[in-house]
Ligand binder design. Structure first.
Ligand SMILES: Cc1cc2nc3c(=O)[nH]c(=O)nc-3n(C[C@H](O)[C@H](O)[C@H](O)COP(=O)(O)O)c2cc1C
Length: 503
């Protein structure tokens, strides 16, 4: 099976490394005036306005983020809940005016590389209160659902996931898709990494908002790609389904699927026709092509454990009652950090609350990535480099010293990782993941790390701190944390610290 020919992933991953990956053109420039429309616009299709109540329901961000999908009671979502789930995942939360040619830009609930917003959300549901069974597309600009198909098509997803037990019982399924060119216009072939980074930050919000509504969920990455593409009517060269999040288990039998003819809807997907064949090649190499392949692919991985030495136990978490909705609305990537310290209690809370793991078809209530940290300024903790020994709830010091210069350098020589209090690197033994999951393990590894990164954004903001995702020089990060990290690749980087106060 092509999925297990993992040279394809190494070709893509090594080729898209900064600074000299051979699949990246160093001289490529992106002009902001070429920013594509950041959402899909369906023409001439009936739409349903989404009722929206943004008021907090009173659950704290810290509780929301640390609850995993299956911890929650089982409450059926209605259109009001669905609307909140969509808004607090990917809705427009603020507008900022920039000088022309950019002008006013809509910013969204979750962070996204370059604010290009290449992840779309589709909904496949049975009849729920306020919404007929159908396949819909979420339009964040108008806060409405575009009708793609009417009827109960859940069986088609159940088949595509080879009867995955949670999917089989779900009444509402969210499908996250990636419009390649909307992000590759700036980031070239590295876009395919961003697909999972930017889907992961959205999913961190989705998991938190569904958990406060007591709606259980499970992340599904094993499915026959072509079946989902056909159901949603996607242009196979331009857009791909990358994750499914079934919600709520009904215990009821799902009816047989109506016929699934081709979707004949006109949609403006992107203003530019840009092709990066390496993205399509990486995507195709990680596709599963039959239900038998999906069944064979689906199994849980366990974390690789490393016995830590010289452990520093984490402090007890700080209490913060800030409600989730408030944190999401105020979140925004920090553009300038002060050089001030955060406290050891704040760092401990960030680690405690974001590492409870996820429920998915590749891991159960755990996470795959390992966490490496450069501590630039934390009261109560010596500056240096650290490994987070999750099982021991402790930090292991790898090297002590002032590594601000290294921190700035690893984060692509930007000021943000230099000025920040800590830089957090989510790394995995990619070879081990690929040997288990084939090329599709690349999707697994990237998404797993990005969800934790997205949770870190939320917890940092709930604590009154700032945070920003960052890109990085791949191999220099591995070298910096070696020998401890010598077989690991960086999947996600986030800087956390105090925001510089505007004068
Ligand atoms: C994975 C990831 C990587 C990012 N990398 C950088 C970066 O290298 N430099 C930077 O200034 N901002 C970076 N950002 C921040 C984005 O530019 C920011 O999320 C986007 O402009 C949307 O703004 P918001 O997060 O304030 O909503 C990154 C964000 C993410 C999620």
């Amino acid at each position: 099976m092509k999925n297990y020919e993992i040279d394809a992933t190494w070709h893509y991953h090594n080729g898209t490394k900064h600074p000299n990956g051979m699949l990246l053109n160093r001289f490529h420039v992106f002009h902001p005036s070429h920013r594509p429309t950041p959402y899909k616009i369906y023409k001439n299709t009936p739409s349903i306005s989404l009722p929206l109540d943004k008021n907090p329901i009173g659950i704290s961000t810290l509780d929301a983020v640390s609850t995993t999908g299956s911890d929650t009671n089982n409450t059926v979502p209605n259109i009001e809940t669905l609307s909140r789930v969509l808004y607090f995942s990917s809705g427009i939360t603020k507008k900022i005016k920039f000088p022309e040619p950019l002008g006013e830009v809509d910013f969204r609930a979750a962070s996204c590389t370059g604010a290009l917003y290449h992840i779309e959300i589709y909904i496949v549901c049975s009849d729920i209160s306020g919404l007929d069974a159908g396949v819909y597309h979420f339009d964040p600009k108008q806060m409405k659902l575009d009708t793609v198909r009417l009827g109960d098509f859940r069986r088609s997803i159940i088949d595509a996931t080879a009867n995955e037990p949670f999917v089989k019982q779900s009444q509402v399924m969210l499908i996250f898709t990636d419009v390649f060119s909307r992000n590759s216009i700036k980031y070239q072939s590295r876009e395919y990494r961003h697909a999972f980074w930017d889907c992961g930050t959205i999913l961190a919000n989705t998991l938190a908002i569904t958990s406060i509504h007591n709606v259980p969920s499970k992340i599904i990455l094993g499915f026959v790609d072509s079946q989902i593409t056909q159901l949603l009517g996607l242009d196979i060269k331009e857009e791909a389904p990358i994750a499914i999040l079934p919600l709520y288990t009904s215990g009821q039998e799902t009816p047989l699927c109506p016929p699934v003819p081709d979707v004949n809807l006109e949609a403006v997907a992107s203003d530019y026709e840009i092709e990066y064949p390496e993205i399509n090649a990486m995507h195709e190499a990680s596709c599963l092509t039959s239900e038998a392949d999906v069944s064979a692919w689906r199994h849980h991985i366990t974390r690789e454990l490393k016995e830590p030495t010289k452990m520093i136990p984490l402090a007890t978490s700080i209490k913060s009652e800030e409600p989730l909705e408030k944190t999401i609305i105020k979140r925004g990537s920090t553009r300038k950090f002060s050089l001030e310290s955060i406290t050891f209690e704040e760092l401990s809370t960030i680690l405690n609350k974001t590492t409870s793991g996820i429920d998915s078809d590749f891991i159960s209530q755990d996470m795959i990535s390992d966490i490496y940290i450069i501590v630039n300024a934390v009261d109560g903790l010596e500056s240096g480099s650290y490994y987070y020994a999750k099982e021991k709830n402790s930090l292991e010091q790898l090297r002590k010293g002032s590594f601000r210069n290294a921190s700035g350098n690893l984060g692509l020589d930007q000021d943000l990782p230099y000025d920040t209090s800590i830089t957090v690197f989510l790394m995995v033994n990619l070879d081990r993941v690929l040997k288990q999951f084939g090329n599709r393990g690349y999707r697994v590894a990237q998404l797993d790390a990005a969800i934790t990164g997205g949770k870190m954004y939320l917890v940092s903001y709930a604590l009154g701190l700032g945070a920003t995702g960052l890109t990085f020089y791949d191999d220099i990060v591995t070298n910096f944390f070696s020998p401890h990290a010598e077989n690991k690749e960086t999947m996600f980087l986030i800087a956390i610290g105090k925001k510089e106060k505007s004068t």
